[in-house]
Write a protein that binds this ligand. Structure first.
Ligand code: FEO
Length: 412
């Protein structure tokens, strides 16, 4: 990767990472960019770093070389967020630049010690504190706790009106050297990053949607010309677009989301699977789009994305060992823990000697305070009969109507 100029005195240093599971669990088939920024006044500061992937720290050092910046010119490192994809660079940087100040919130301090054994030269900051780099360049700090960890803050360059919010406003997806900004991308390329943003949000940020809404309110109080996040592209032409995207996604966690239905299903011998098509056809006959995932084949990363995007959810699963089909229990546990609540829902499925899936479903809904509003289930012994097929179609129509009423109100 090459260092690129964001605006006068602000440079983007970045690494694209492929062939990893992000956070050890989320697939990134299109890669993910991790961005660091160099801000230049009379003195230089680095805002955030890049984990030790993709040849880092050497790649970042090469990028500093390109800019003609000696590492010894860097007096300050701002750590907006302690998750090691951004702070992991510190250890390597300390080996080549012995003494520099670290600006981070007070909450980051124990993590600096715990992760990297760093306890000196830390300057704890809080909202409203500033760092004057000289030549009129003053960085202002604003705490945005829990976007994504409790210690997180955003940094704002008062000179260029650039906001560095770390995880907030980020996305998955590798970023090309020659097109790292929204104003250097075609519309379809921006839409690609918005799609990557949806799964990134669903996987990483959803649980913190309330905190994200608070952070967005703080951002709206600033004059922001550029949003330069820790992942994904930099928004120079239309920063309001990514603020709008994040406002929408943060609202989806509590719902309503889109007027669409996620159909999540699993089947042992195909009996429950026979119920999928009638339900999907019935929903779509009402003009409501479905997103269908068979589990466990479809990974949790993609299922979470669809459940977050959709106001309606269909769960198709059989009883297994007197309980719910285990891959579905695992999915619901994760969805509930991410606090994707208030969905219009419907469950169907097959059983053999006894039921049990329905009972466990009610327990999970209660235990995780999901508040999903379920239609009457359709359960069948063995293979669904014609009557069961008719009931499944009826429920599909009812669910589509409920979703439309909720999302569209009188326009439904
Ligand atoms: Fe990109 Fe929460 O770290």
């Amino acid at each position: 990767m090459k260092a690129t100029l964001v605006t006068d005195g602000v440079y983007r240093l970045s690494a694209n990472v492929h062939d990893i599971l992000f956070e050890g669990m989320w697939p990134v088939p299109h890669g993910v960019a991790i961005n660091s920024y160099l801000v230049r006044g009379e003195k230089c500061a680095i805002i955030d770093g890049v984990c030790g992937w993709d040849g880092v720290p050497e790649t970042l050092l090469a990028q500093l070389d390109e800019l003609g910046i000696d590492v010894n010119d860097i007096d300050s490192v701002v750590i907006n967020h302690m998750e090691p994809d951004h702070s992991g660079w510190l250890e390597a940087f300390r080996k080549i630049r012995g003494s520099f100040s670290i600006y981070a919130t007070g909450r980051a301090k124990p993590l600096l010690e715990a992760f990297y054994g760093i306890s000196d030269n830390i300057r704890p900051v809080k909202s409203g504190d500033t760092l004057d780099l000289g030549k009129g360049r003053v960085l202002a700090f604003e705490e945005i706790p829990n976007v994504h960890w409790p210690e997180t803050m955003a940094t704002y360059d008062t000179k260029s009106k650039t906001l560095f919010p770390c995880d907030a406003f980020g996305s998955f997806g590798s970023v090309a050297d020659d097109a790292p900004y929204d104003d250097t991308l075609q519309e379809e390329q921006i839409e690609f990053f918005e799609r990557e943003m949806e799964r990134y949000y669903a996987n990483i940020v959803t649980l913190y949607s309330q905190a994200t809404q608070k952070a967005i309110e703080k951002v709206k109080g600033l004059e922001v010309k550029i949003i330069a996040p820790g992942h994904g592209i930099v928004w120079r032409r239309h920063p309001e677009r990514v603020i709008r995207d994040y406002t929408r996604l943060a609202g989806y966690a509590k719902g309503p989301a889109r007027a669409e239905v996620a159909v999540i299903w699993g089947s042992m011998y195909g009996m429950t699977g026979l119920g999928v098509q009638p339900v999907v056809e019935a929903i779509e006959s009402q003009g409501v789009r479905t997103r269908v995932h068979r589990i466990p084949e479809s990974g949790i990363s993609y299922v979470l994305d669809s459940v977050l995007q959709c106001s309606g959810v269909v769960l198709g699963m059989p009883t297994y060992d007197y309980k719910m089909f285990p891959p579905m229990a695992a999915v619901l546990d994760e969805v509930g823990k991410k606090k994707i609540i208030n969905r219009k829902a419907f469950r169907f499925g097959s059983y053999g000697w006894s039921g049990g899936a329905q009972k466990e479903l009610a327990e999970i809904n209660e235990r995780l305070n999901m508040n999903w509003d379920y239609l009457e289930p359709v359960e069948f012994k063995g293979r669904p009969t014609d009557r069961d097929g008719a009931l499944l179609r009826q429920r599909g129509v009812e669910l589509a109507a409920a979703v439309k009423r909720w999302v569209l109100g009188d326009a439904a």
